[in-house]
Write a protein that binds this ligand. Structure first.
Ligand SMILES: Cc1cc2nc3c(=O)[nH]c(=O)nc-3n(C[C@H](O)[C@H](O)[C@H](O)COP(=O)(O)O)c2cc1C
Length: 171
């Protein structure tokens, strides 16, 4: 299966999740491209898409929503999986839970792409990497820094996608 794995990312941590998913799908025997949404190019010929975004202030990044629209119109009927990366802070903590709420665009993107699933992964936040406004938005909130990405969970999800793609191939 020819698969595009793509994620919108401000500071690279969601992009790294896309890379990890791509590696798992590749080792499952699929023909995988991992590219930022802006560089995805022509979608014709793809058999499946895994599309993700970092979440900022409750929203997906624009390149991800724009690509979702293209996927819906250019690849109707192809299997699509969605993921978001966001929650930071102590797992299960109140702030992390609030952060982990579905991005505002999710319902519309799910409806447009008929995605099989949406997965929310924990993210990574390094204060030193943020630009001024982002830092200002978070200065009141302590304890959010760190890398909370769960690579086992991410790879496990990718393995379930690889298995579903193989079923589609076999059908
Ligand atoms: C200003 C700011 C706002 C954020 N808002 C949210 C949010 O609403 N929901 C969420 O789950 N994560 C939120 N986060 C956490 C980011 O999504 C997380 O750091 C993510 O891993 C960043 O991904 P990136 O490195 O690909 O840009 C926010 C982070 C910053 C700096």
């Amino acid at each position: 299966m020819r698969v595009l794995v793509t994620a919108a990312s401000e500071h690279g941590s969601t992009e790294a999740i896309a890379q990890a998913i791509g590696e798992v799908l590749r080792s499952g025997g699929h023909d995988v491209r991992v590219l930022p949404p802006d560089e995805a190019g022509a979608l014709a010929g793809l058999d499946a898409v895994v599309l993700g975004s970092a979440v900022y202030a409750g929203h997906w990044l624009e390149p991800a929503t724009a690509l979702a629209t293209r996927v819906a119109t250019e690849l109707p009927g192809r299997p699509v999986w969605l993921f978001s990366s966001g929650p930071v802070g102590k797992p299960g903590g109140k702030l992390a839970r609030q952060m982990g709420e579905d991005p505002a665009e999710l319902a519309a993107v799910l409806q447009a792409t008929h995605a099989r699933e949406h997965k929310m992964f924990a993210g990574k936040l390094e204060r030193g990497e943020l630009h001024g406004l982002q830092r200002a938005a978070l200065w009141v909130v302590r304890g959010l820094e760190g890398d909370f990405r769960d690579w086992q969970e991410i790879r496990g999800w990718a393995q379930s996608i690889a298995a579903q793609l193989s079923e589609v191939t076999a059908a």
